[in-house]
Design a protein around this ligand. Sequence first.
Ligand SMILES: N[C@@H](CCC(=O)N[C@@H](CS)C(=O)NCC(=O)O)C(=O)O
Length: 226
Amino acid sequence: MVRSGSPRVLRLHGFPISNYYNRIKMALKLKGLAFEEVRAAPSRDADYLKINPLGVIPTLEIDGRFLAETHPTLEYLDEIYPETTPLMPKDPVDRHRVRQIVNYIDIHIDKPIRLLRDFHNLNEGTSDALKKLVLKEVAQGVESLNRTVKFSPYIAGNEITLADCAAYCTVPWFAELGLRHLGVDPLAGLAGFTEYKAFLDQNPDFAEIHAAAFKSIKRAKKFAGK
Ligand SMILES: N[C@@H](CCC(=O)N[C@@H](CS)C(=O)NCC(=O)O)C(=O)O
């Protein structure tokens, strides 16, 4: 049962290298909710799998209850904090667009580019077959996004939504990762993204999240390659 009345205790488990961790952090900031950051790494330990069945980060703890999977977690936050800035629009058509954009980002951009990191061989680089596969998949994701996004001024329309958390925390990270392992930025074709990011960077909370992500990425051996 979700408690009402007294303030809930929120703890975000993970760390800023994760675009998903950063999405939840951005949403909590947007909602003006106080939270504690608890450093945690992805893990296959039985205890961690009990709170996050996929063994990934982030996990959001609310009053001792653990929530896994970022997008459902953000929708849950909207439901239990109706008095805070919403992350989903009211109109079902607009809500659908938000989920559609998140799907393109998660399935057709995040997932394939992530393969570069996971299958990148530190000594031999990235295989041509993998490069070809990733470039094809991501090009399709970019085209789909270009046909869907609004940037008016937010990605799904005139209100900020959880699709902005997804885009702002994912696209710059994966452009950098793609560039390192492919030699080209596979997301360069996202029309209007640079201007949109500069607009969101004006929010100091968002800019801080972005800076922390890049600091974390630069330090990561798996990311940096040889
Ligand atoms: N579907 C998950 C994806 C989370 C995810 O992929 N997290 C990454 C970090 S960004 C992770 O923990 N990967 C495991 C690893 O790198 O070993 C969500 O929505 O939260």
